[in-house]
Structures are given as C-alpha cells and as structure tokens.
Ligand binder design. Structure first.
Ligand code: ATP
Ligand code: MG
Length: 425
C-alpha cells in the first residue's frame, strides 16, 4: 500500500498546516476586497495554444516546464502554469473587456515541471490580481500598493524589497535588444550556456542570469536607459512618484526583466533573502500587448501574482503566524454513560444553533471518561463539556476549562449557552 505516493513536487497540505493557508488566504482576500477587486475562477486545464501564444514560445515555462497531454479526443491540453493567460482568455470569451475597467483576482494551483526544492514545486499555488482597461501609471501604483499593504499586514514588510524596472515600449525594447545582442555576440564564448541559448531567442532574459561571470560581462553592456522612449520614461516617473508619496520604498533594478514574454513598461518583484535561492515572493507588471495577442482589441492591462508556498515559508521561518491561527476548536463534548449520548446530541445541536460561532466537537465512538478527557485535551479545545450519567439525569452539563485553573461548574443548558457565549465573546 505504502507504494502509493503523491507525485514528486506535489504536496499535500495536512490539517495541521491548513489553518496557516486559510489565514493567508483570509488576509489576501480582505486586502483585495479593500481595493474593490473581484474574484474570477478559471479552469485548471486550458488549450496548449493559449500558453504557447500567451506566455511565449521562448520562455522557460513553454520550453521546458509545461504539463502537456493529449486528451481522449486528440486535443492538446495543458495544466495551467500561470493564471494570467487563462484570465485574459476568460475575460475575452465573456466580454468583460469591452469598454470596461476590470479589477480581478484569482487563486489556485499552477503546474510547472521544475526541479523540486525548497520554495519550488511542480504543483504550487498562486494568488493573482489583474486589471484591464487602464493605461496610466496610477493603476500600476495601486497594484503595488495593494501588494505592499498585504505584506505589511502579514508582518513581512521588513523582510522584503521591492525591485522595480521599466521595459519601455516595444520599439524601444526592440532597439535595445539589437544593441544588446550585438554586444553579447562579441563575448558569446564567455557567456554561461543558458545565456548562449537565449542569445537569439530571448536575449533580455540574459540580464537576469544567475551566473556571476555573465553578470560581470553585462557591466559593460549597453544600458537600457539610453534606449528608453519618452512616454515610457514619463510613465515610470509617475509610478515612482506615486510610490514615493505613499511611502513605499523600492529599488530601481535595470536588470529586472521577468520570465514571461508579455511584459512592457512596468515590471516589479518583491524579493526576500529569508528563503535562500527562491527569493521572489510576488512579481508582476504591465502587459498591454497580451489581450491583442490573444485575439482581443488593444486593452491596457497590468497585474501580479504571488507564490502562496513561498509566503507561507516566510511566515513560518520568521515566526509571523499568530498562535491563535492554530486554535480551531473551542469545546469538546464528552459523553460518558448510556443516557449521555441522546441528551448530549440534543444539547450539541442546540449549542450550534444558538452559538453559530462556537466550534464544538462532539465525542463519537464511545470509550471511558478518562480516554475522552485525553481526546478533549489533545483537540486543543479550551473547554471540555461533560455529560455523565448524573448530568444526563439532571439535564445538566459540566463545564471544565482545560487551559486555566478555574473551578468546574455544572449548569442547565440555558446557563450553559450564556456562559459559553460570554466566554467566547
Ligand atoms: P522563479 O524565477 O522563482 O522561477 P518565476 O519568475 O518563474 O519565478 P512567476 O511566473 O512570476 O515566477 O510566478 C509568480 C510567483 O509564483 C513567483 O514569484 C513565485 O513566488 C511563485 N512561483 C513560481 N514558480 C514557482 C514554483 N515552481 N513553486 C513555487 N512557487 C513558484
Ligand atoms: Mg520560474
């Protein structure tokens, strides 16, 4: 039996862990609500062509990371490696982009065939925000402020740095690409092998190469700033001043290019050094070209996606998960003796009706009073509610505080409601 295992790089989230996931999801959701973003849910599987076109043929994702398969009808399908392409596909398909502004968010599993390691998995989870219909830098700023607020609320603000760059217009990028390739061709033999492969397919990616020798060669390379178009320069300076005024610090990083093909103008990443090599917890930018690329009318767009596992690793490494997150049970009802069970079930249902916030486990499966007390303690509940033969006969319940040294009390059900209601308030 034990030979049945989850697929490498795909993790179970066990019940001890899921409260942390729920905590993070609650925090993210509440900040997105504050800014008026609405949730969209897309399928996990899409036509392969969507990602080839939307993410780009010459990206790591499409070249080597996709889970692609043929279904029984012979169509090529792919498990989504990211959410933006599917979000645009859905928005187009349902007419959400027609002369409208949209602020959307999504969450869910993404799939990439990568080498599993800390913070890098084959099934992982993203929460993403996407906006459509706004070309100006104010929305870029909003997206960044939203992510900054989230990181602050999670207690992570001191452990992340915002890296910011502009990739300019297509024309500016095209001219720069050419100059960069001209320069790098002359030193081609000294580049790392990944960068050699990218020289003609995706040369801008060489800028964020992890190889130190390549980075050293880049010090002498043409600078993008000399190629940047005036409109993009203005867009970037508006963004920077909005961030300055909001008190969000950033580092302009001219080598930040991001992995996907579809970005233009703004790109940004929140990075941390508390996770080792997997340092980016959230990344995004502007992608005005994607909607037309996928068949829609020209529509400005910008967004970001954060890696849920990486944020959770950060929360745990830095001990930022509030202890209360793990309190999932308030009371454990112990039923000892014949008459206890029928009476206990009535009391438990009544409690759940009158105190909907109460998290109550009713003991099932019998056993001695002592063994039930042990289970109550292990459940993490604050209170044991005890119904033995005597309580059942008198229609009463004994309340014992498991976490503090207070005298236990025996109450009728009405007083029990009041007592628990008051204690949990
Ligand atoms: P990296 O450079 O670390 O591979 P990326 O540029 O491929 O990241 P994006 O496509 O921008 O990542 O995805 C957004 C976020 O999703 C990342 O910043 C990261 O937090 C998370 N992420 C990406 N790939 C993985 C993965 N394989 N496992 C876990 N989290 C991931
Ligand atoms: Mg990657």
């Amino acid at each position: 039996m034990s030979s049945l295992q989850a697929i490498r790089g795909m993790n179970d989230v066990l019940p001890d862990q899921s409260p942390v996931w729920q905590y993070l999801e609650r925090q993210v959701r509440s900040v997105l609500d504050q800014y008026g973003y609405r949730e969209i849910r897309m399928p996990v599987v899409e036509p392969t062509a969507l990602f080839k076109r939307g993410v780009g043929e010459h990206t790591d994702i499409v070249e080597k990371e996709m889970y692609t398969f043929e279904d029984r009808g012979g169509d090529s399908l792919t498990l989504r490696p990211e959410g933006t392409a599917g979000c645009v596909r859905a928005a187009l398909q349902h007419g959400l982009l027609h002369n409208q502004v949209q602020r959307l968010w999504y969450q869910g599993a993404m799939f990439r065939y990568e080498r599993p390691q800390k913070g890098r998995y084959r099934q992982f989870h993203q929460i993403g925000a996407e906006t459509f219909g706004i070309a100006s830098a104010d929305i870029d700023a909003e997206l960044i402020l939203l992510s900054a607020r989230l990181l602050r609320n999670l207690g992570l603000a001191d452990h992340v740095t915002l890296h910011l760059n502009t990739l300019g217009s297509n024309e500016a990028r095209g001219r720069y690409r050419k100059a960069l390739v001209d320069y790098l061709e002359a030193v081609k033999d000294k580049l790392d092998s990944d960068s050699q492969n990218r020289l003609y397919s995706n040369p801008l990616r060489i800028l964020d190469s992890k190889s130190e020798s390549t980075q050293a060669l880049l010090n002498e390379a043409p600078a993008f700033d000399d190629f940047l178009d005036e409109a993009s320069r203005e867009h970037f300076s508006t963004l920077c001043s909005l961030l300055d005024r909001a008190g969000v610090a950033y580092e302009v990083n001219p080598r930040l290019v991001r992995g996907l093909d579809y970005y233009s103008r703004t790109v940004f990443e929140w990075m941390t050094d508390s996770l080792g090599a997997q340092g980016t917890v959230c990344g995004g930018g502007r992608y005005d070209d994607l909607v037309p690329l996928l068949g829609g009318k020209p529509t400005p767009a910008a967004g970001w996606a954060l890696g849920v596992e990486r944020l959770i690793l950060m929360l745990e490494t830095l001990e930022k998960v509030p202890a209360s997150v793990h309190d999932t049970v308030d009371a454990y009802l112990i039923l000892a003796g014949e008459a206890a069970q029928p009476f206990g079930f009535v009391v438990a249902e009544e409690l759940r009706s009158k105190l909907p916030g109460l998290r109550l486990i009713t003991h099932c499966g019998g056993g001695s009073f002592k063994s039930q007390m042990k289970k109550a303690d292990k459940s993490g509940a604050r209170f044991a509610l005890i119904i033995g033969e005597e309580e059942a006969a008198a229609k009463q319940v004994t309340v014992k505080d498991l976490r503090t040294e207070t005298q236990q009390v025996t109450l009728n059900t009405e007083d029990l409601m009041a007592e628990l209601g008051a204690k949990l308030a």
